[in-house]
Design a protein around this ligand. Structure first.
Ligand SMILES: C[S@@+](CC[C@H](N)C(=O)[O-])C[C@H]1O[C@@H](n2cnc3c(N)ncnc32)[C@H](O)[C@@H]1O
Length: 243
């Protein structure tokens, strides 16, 4: 199977170390999401190890999840409260649950883990299917910065120690708006590859996917603290609502 078509790849490669990496503090995300939940059920797509879902559930919000990777869910289950969150293993593009949900959310750039435009469109269409009337779909992603990929190929040095070296290679396909990345470590045991791919999209393109699914943009912020979104913003938090 191609790296571009394997939703379980991320978890197989990263689950064991995910919570040891420098992931963002979820406090502001939880502050933003909790009031939007109302008194209904809430769904996180790509719930991962529960970075956001667990503190949200601790606020009394009834959170459920969809996740492609059993390895990520095993990490969630091992945490306090992690065994009480219902999780369906499956592809977030299919949204393999029935709802209705007052809110669905997909954070931390994870929409872009769907590496084909049609699967991103499927995701929006299926979210619209499970949202309650007036429900919200909250999406957080980066805004692509063309200066970051002015060349189609990039090599970055990540770490060099006495007995290992890690580099990162990016190959961009600007027409398809995708990149494939390899994080390569050379050490005494050999060469270790960690592939990763994304299909990035500009905010207007994401709005178009939403509109095609019958959702309209209700709010857009530059961050979870509701700082204003503008031309210089490097990320956005967008709230779509059912018509
Ligand atoms: C960057 S992590 C984010 C996890 C969590 N939402 C968070 O904010 O910490 C990306 C997650 O997306 C999951 N994932 C990637 N592609 C997926 C897909 N097609 N369907 C469901 N989950 C997917 C990965 O397994 C991983 O748990």
């Amino acid at each position: 199977m191609s790296i571009l078509d394997d939703p379980g790849l991320f978890g197989r490669l990263w689950a064991a170390s995910y919570d040891r990496t420098d992931n963002p503090d979820p406090a502001a995300t939880v502050e933003f999401l909790a009031p939007l939940a109302g008194d209904g059920r809430v769904l996180e797509l790509a719930i991962g190890t529960g970075r956001v879902a667990l503190p949200l559930a601790a606020r009394g919000v009834p959170v459920e999840g969809v996740e492609a990777s059993p390895e990520m869910v095993a990490q969630l289950r091992a945490k306090p409260g992690g065994d009480r969150i219902p999780v369906t293993i499956g592809d977030m593009a299919d949204v393999p649950v029935t709802g209705p949900y007052t809110m669905v959310f997909l954070v931390f750039n994870t929409l872009f883990n769907l590496v084909r435009e049609e699967r991103q469109a499927d995701c929006f269409r299926n979210v619209a299917r499970v949202l309650a009337p007036g429900g919200a779909f909250v999406v957080e992603t980066f805004v692509p910065d063309p200066a970051g990929f002015d060349r189609d190929e990039q090599v970055q040095m990540r770490a060099v120690t006495e007995d290992s070296a890690t580099i990162r290679l990016h190959q961009y396909d600007r027409a398809a708006q995708t990149f494939v990345r390899q994080t390569i470590t050379f050490d005494r045991d050999g060469v270790h590859l960690k592939p990763f791919a994304m299909r990035y999209a500009w905010p207007e393109q994401i709005d178009e996917l939403a509109e095609r699914a019958g959702l309209r943009l209700a709010e857009r912020w530059a961050d979870w603290d509701r700082s204003p979104f503008g031309p210089e913003s490097r990320a956005h938090v967008s709230v779509y609502r059912t018509a």
